[in-house]
Write a protein that binds this ligand. Structure first.
Ligand code: SF4
Length: 400
């Protein structure tokens, strides 16, 4: 992963949260929930001797239950929400001829890079929160109400492939549940465990992944579509968004060629595609990963030469499957490992998860119907959207 490169203040250091998580798990007054990112289910196995790309989704859930987490949720669930909101935002920008291209905003390494070096382009960033932060906000509101446990007594943990996620959950504005209940000190997400830290925690508690049978996620926020799981690979967010945009506009399921958007898959630094959306004509989209590629694309946008309507940015090579918190145990080359993990995510999308698009997620539909109202409602704005900060002046101060 390149997270450290993306953080000029070097504030993104791996912070060992294992002890903090052990403390809350041992505290009987606290109800501890955990969410798992798309990418960790295809890498955690490497810490337990399995080949790169082994799918250990159900065993990871079993391990977390064994560790004592009260509920285990899937970040894929909130990735489906991120996509629905982001597709709605894009449609809005297209119809209002508003600021285009829209930039994805789910990678905190990329967001911070944009805040430092391209603050003039912050209005292009989607206002939608990352899946991690959406699930955290819902854990201390929606879930809290459903189980009848006060947000003060809920601890929200996330297993992430990423060290930058530790910075993201500490951003001052990521306390939406706390703001609603008038206790702004409450964080939406309290602790992050990287994939490697989760493996260490399991080893500390003598839990071997290989000896575990599959278990299922807790239902309220456990269902996900294939669109949610491919978030973990570069190009996945774009593909997921195109599926939902197509549905939003046409009310039809996307055709097969949009469900397998091969032009945005793989490890090329910059990938482009042109997609036909009924009534909207042809949209040009781009996907990039890594700092150098991002700069190249951003300079074009800055100069007004961007042909694109929507651009996906990821900090790490390969996207989150190549994140800075992922296992480093394999003897295979970094790209071989990335390819194996990516292939497994696309297998889950095409072969295992029956629903391919975020709008098909029944539990997400229930959430909107029973709790949020509709996309864009006041509650949806508070829990699912955020804002960004011009950090350019911090760079000037540091240079002095
Ligand atoms: Fe974290 Fe993924 Fe961004 Fe890497 S690409 S910094 S793992 S969110």
């Amino acid at each position: 992963g390149q997270c450290a490169l993306w953080c000029p203040t070097a504030s993104i250091k791996e912070r060992d949260d294992i002890q903090s998580v052990l403390r809350v798990l041992d505290d009987s007054n606290m109800h501890v929930i955990i969410q798992t990112a798309p990418a960790t289910r295809v890498s955690l196995g490497e810490e337990f001797g399995l080949p790169p790309g082994s799918i250990v989704e159900g065993q990871q859930v079993a391990a977390l239950k064994k560790l004592g987490f009260d509920s285990v949720f899937d970040t894929n669930f909130s990735a489906d929400i991120t996509i629905l909101e982001e597709a709605a935002e894009l449609l809005n920008r297209l119809e209002q001829s508003n600021i285009l291209p829209q930039f994805t905003s789910c990678c905190p390494g990329w967001v911070k890079f944009c805040e430092y070096y391209y603050p003039d382009l912050l209005s292009h960033l989607s206002s939608v929160k990352s899946p991690q932060q959406i699930l955290g906000a819902l854990a201390k509101t929606y879930y809290s109400e459903r189980v009848g446990i006060a947000p003060e007594n809920i601890v929200s943990v996330a297993v992430m492939p990423c060290t930058a996620k530790k910075f993201e959950c500490q951003r001052p504005e990521m306390n939406s549940a706390g703001r609603i209940i008038g206790n702004p000190r409450i964080r939406d997400v309290d602790f992050i465990l990287t994939t490697r830290e989760l493996a260490s925690l399991m080893k500390l508690r003598k839990i071997d992944l290989n000896g575990l049978d599959n278990e299922a996620y807790d239902q309220l926020m456990g269902e996900s579509s294939g669109a949610g799981v491919i978030f973990g690979a570069t190009g996945g967010v774009m593909e997921a968004a195109v599926r939902s945009l197509y549905f939003l506009v046409s009310k039809q399921r996307p055709p097969e060629q949009l469900l397998e958007l091969n032009a945005v898959r793989g490890l090329d630094g910059v990938k482009e595609a042109e997609v036909i959306i009924p009534g909207k004509g042809s949209l040009k989209v781009a996907v990039c990963h890594g700092l150098k590629n991002a700069r190249m694309i951003l300079e074009k946008v800055r100069a007004g030469n961007s042909p694109w309507s929507f651009i996906e940015f990821m900090g790490c090579a390969g996207g989150c499957i190549g994140g800075g918190g992922q296992p480093r145990t394999s003897l295979a080359s970094a790209d071989e490992v990335r390819r194996a993990r990516m292939a497994s995510l696309y297998n889950l999308d095409g072969r295992v998860y029956r629903k391919r698009a975020s709008f098909e997620n029944q539990k997400v539909q229930n959430l909107y119907k029973e709790y949020l109202g509709h996309p864009g409602s006041e509650l949806a704005e508070t829990l699912l959207h955020t804002h960004y900060i011009d950090r350019a002046k911090d760079l000037t101060i540091r240079k002095k």
